[in-house]
Design a protein around this ligand. Structure first.
Ligand code: FES
Length: 289
């Protein structure tokens, strides 16, 4: 593949060494765009997309067998988890937990800074595959989303010549209308990645976070009792790693330590509902960022 790229509005064409081309059509990588698009791909169309990585000499393609059990944004990284595999994609600056210790140049390097719908065309100019490509701040290729291919049937078998299933291009065409051409509005009233949630660390490094279950149960009970539409979930590590149980509220990026069930209840009633943080348990102290 060469870097022979030709700029035409938001369309770029890359020539491959086999005589074919890849056409890229860029879209904005603001979180207000990436959130809805990634939600559409992973939550609404999980049966149709595959996720992976393509570089010369290596291809990875992962399928969903069921909807992801986790789809959450924490400290800039979107995590999508299935029973068998999970991925992390940096869609906002990764600040580095409550201490914001990620250096600015590393924040920029990790971030998705370019995204494009693509079509691969053979040397006769006929499209052969469709997808979405992301690049990081260093211009390196990150994750690839493989979109439905009309030439492939069940189990990825090649369909007979002349019998492509063109309707499989519907997802590509809809995404192009919304995110590249702007002919349709983004179909979400609010960014699905920005819905506030509560998380409890279930890793044992912040001993005694291994006692997370009563805290989780208390948060669940308190949010339900208050009628709040705020999901409660568990997390692998919330970058505090001491004085557990540790609780994170994404609504205003707050961490709480020593969050026993009684404090969990107060977090919901005082911090979230009354908007009065419980300062003696916030982490780090003197900070509510
Ligand atoms: S292990 Fe619990 S916050 Fe890191």
């Amino acid at each position: 593949m060469t870097n022979n790229q030709e700029q035409m509005t938001n369309k770029t064409t890359e020539t491959t060494l086999t005589g074919g081309t890849i056409e890229y059509e860029d879209f904005s990588c603001e979180i207000g765009v990436l959130g809805p698009m990634l939600y559409t791909l992973c939550q609404d169309h999980w049966q149709e997309v595959q996720i992976g990585h393509v570089v010369q000499g290596s291809v990875l393609e992962l399928s969903f067998l069921e909807p992801p059990k986790i789809f959450v944004l924490y400290d800039g990284y979107l995590t999508v988890a299935t029973e068998a595999w999970h991925l992390h994609l940096c869609v906002e600056e990764h600040l580095g937990g409550p201490h914001c210790k990620t250096p600015p140049e590393l924040r920029k390097q990790r971030l998705v800074t370019r995204g494009a719908l693509y079509r691969r065309l053979n040397r006769q100019g006929k499209p052969t595959s469709w997808g979405i490509q992301f690049w990081n701040g260093d211009g390196e290729k990150m994750m690839t989303f493989f979109l439905p291919n009309p030439y492939l049937g069940e189990d990825e078998d090649l369909l007979p010549e002349g019998k492509p299933q063109w309707k499989k291009l519907g997802l590509y065409e809809t995404l192009r209308e919304i995110y590249v051409l702007g002919n349709q509005p983004i179909p979400f009233p609010e960014n699905p990645l920005k819905r506030p949630y509560l998380a409890v660390c279930r890793s044992s490094r912040c001993n005694p976070s291994r006692n997370w279950q009563p805290t989780y149960d208390a948060l669940k009970a308190a949010t339900e009792e208050a009628g709040l539409d705020i999901p409660v979930q568990t997390a692998g590590c919330l970058e505090v790693c001491q004085q557990g149980p540790v609780v994170f509220y994404s609504g205003d990026r707050s961490w709480y330590v020593q969050a026993k069930p009684e404090l969990a209840k107060r977090i919901v009633n005082e911090h979230i509902i009354a908007e009065t943080p419980i300062s003696e348990y916030l982490y780090p102290q003197n900070s509510n960022q």
